[in-house]
Design a protein around this ligand. Sequence first.
Ligand code: SF4
Length: 209
Amino acid sequence: MPQPHILKITEIFSAIQGEGRRQGEPTLFVRFSGCNLKCSFCDTKYAWNKGREYSISQVLEKIKKLRKSYPAQWVCLTGGEPLLQDVKELVKSLKREKFKVQVETNATVFRPLPVDWYSISPKPNKYYSRPEYKDKAKEVKIVLTENLNFEVIKRIRKKFPEKTPILLQPQSNRKRSMNLGIRLLKEALKADLKNIRLSIQLHKVYGLK
Ligand code: SF4
């Protein structure tokens, strides 16, 4: 008998999308377990190992149950790094249920998926992103860690079309990190770099997950 497709997941919950251009929209989240990077500043370290196994139908069941009390249109696959796992069938099932689907990825992995929104966040030191995201990413989020400098911002800006915003996101909304964002934004303005924006983690401002 064929084995059911199993996904390792840390949590499934409802909240608002706190990051990026979809900020503020009610969203159902599926947080996948495991990450290939292990950043020191990661705010979801609990997702590196913790988690339990779900079949696709169990994930769908849970999402549909959540939708009854929290009728969000969007499902966001996040992590950890969600694209380390084969999520294609899950995405297709969510689309059949008329959800819009977003993926948040560190961009070191690419899977061609019928999603509505790839949100990428390349990480230090290399800030590598798979070439497929050049045209597919709807936004590029850069965490304002202390070693981030303007050369990195310039390099990332060159890599993506101008219409794709580069969002400077303070690390856990810390003041020091926000100050760095303001400095980098001013440098970007002076250097005539287009579509660089300040951002924030809105869910943390509201005290949500
Ligand atoms: S890529 Fe994201 S989830 Fe993975 S360790 Fe870094 S911050 Fe955490």
